[in-house]
Design a protein around this ligand. Structure first.
Ligand SMILES: Cc1cc2nc3c(=O)[nH]c(=O)nc-3n(C[C@H](O)[C@H](O)[C@H](O)COP(=O)(O)O)c2cc1C
Length: 194
C-alpha cells in the first residue's frame, strides 16, 4: 500500500537557492505553511518561536546592511564577496525566518525550546515542499553574530533557527547520499551482565 506522506518524506530534498524564482507563495499558502509550522511538539505549550517574513524591496536593504557589516568585520570586500552579501536575501522571492524566542520557565529547559524551533522549521520546509515550492533551510554567518541578528530583526535573547528560502523551482534537485539508518541505530540491551 502506498502512503503519500511517507512517499513524500522519503523523496524530499532541499532546492538550490540560486534556482528559486518568482512567484513565491501568496498569502494563503504562507498562512498554510505557518499553520503547519506551529503544529509541533512544544513542551509546556510555550510557543518559544516566532516567524519573520522577508520579501519585496526590504530584501535588498538587508543585503546592503550585511555587506557593510561584513566589511566592518573583514576589511574591504572583493567585488564577488560584496555581490554575495548584497544578494543574500534577494535570491528567493520569500524568506521565512524561524526565530527561537525562548521563554522564562522554571521547568522547561531552554534546550527543549530550541528543539521545538527546529521542529517548526522542519514542518515549514515540509509544508513548502508539499505545496509544490522549492525550499532550503540555511543560517549562514550573520546568524552567528549579534549585529547580524539585529539587522534581521531579532532581539538580543533570540536565535536564528533557520532562514527558509522559498520559491518556484522547476529543476530536479540532485540528491545527496543519505546515511544508512542501520549504521546509526542500536538496540538497547541495558548495563547488565548477560
Ligand atoms: C540549522 C541548519 C542550518 C543550516 N545552515 C546552512 C547554511 O548556512 N548554508 C548551507 O549551505 N546549508 C545549511 N544547512 C544545510 C542545508 O539545509 C542543506 O542544503 C540541507 O542539509 C540539504 O538537505 P535536504 O536535501 O535533506 O533538505 C543548514 C541546515 C540546518 C539544519
Amino acid at each position: 500500500m502506498t502512503n503519500p506522506v511517507i512517499d513524500f518524506l522519503l523523496r524530499r530534498t532541499s532546492a538550490p537557492i540560486p534556482e528559486l524564482r518568482a512567484p513565491g507563495p501568496g498569502e494563503e499558502d504562507i498562512a498554510t505553511m505557518l499553520r503547519a509550522a506551529v503544529r509541533v511538539p512544544d513542551h509546556g505549550r510555550l510557543a518559544p518561536w516566532r516567524f519573520i517574513l522577508y520579501r519585496g524591496e526590504v530584501r535588498h536593504r538587508i543585503g546592503e546592511r550585511l555587506a557593510e557589516l561584513a566589511e566592518r568585520r573583514e576589511g574591504p570586500l572583493s567585488e564577488g564577496r560584496r555581490q554575495q552579501e548584497l544578494t543574500r536575501f534577494s535570491r528567493a522571492p520569500l524568506v521565512i525566518g524561524v526565530i527561537s524566542s525562548p521563554k522564562e520557565n522554571p521547568k522547561i529547559p531552554q534546550w527543549e525550546m530550541f528543539l521545538s524551533g527546529g521542529a517548526a522549521a522542519m514542518n515549514l520546509l515540509i509544508a513548502a515542499g508539499a505545496l509544490g515550492y522549492g525550499a532550503s533551510w540555511i543560517t549562514n554567518w550573520y546568524s552567528d553574530t549579534e549585529e547580524g541578528r539585529a539587522i534581521l530583526g531579532l532581539a538580543p535573547h533570540e536565535r536564528v533557527v533557520g532562514f527558509v528560502h522559498i520559491g518556484t523551482y522547476e529543476g530536479t534537485a540532485p540528491d545527496r547520499p543519505r546515511p544508512d539508518p542501520a549504521t546509526l541505530v542500536s538496540e538497547y540491551v541495558g548495563p547488565w551482565e548477560s
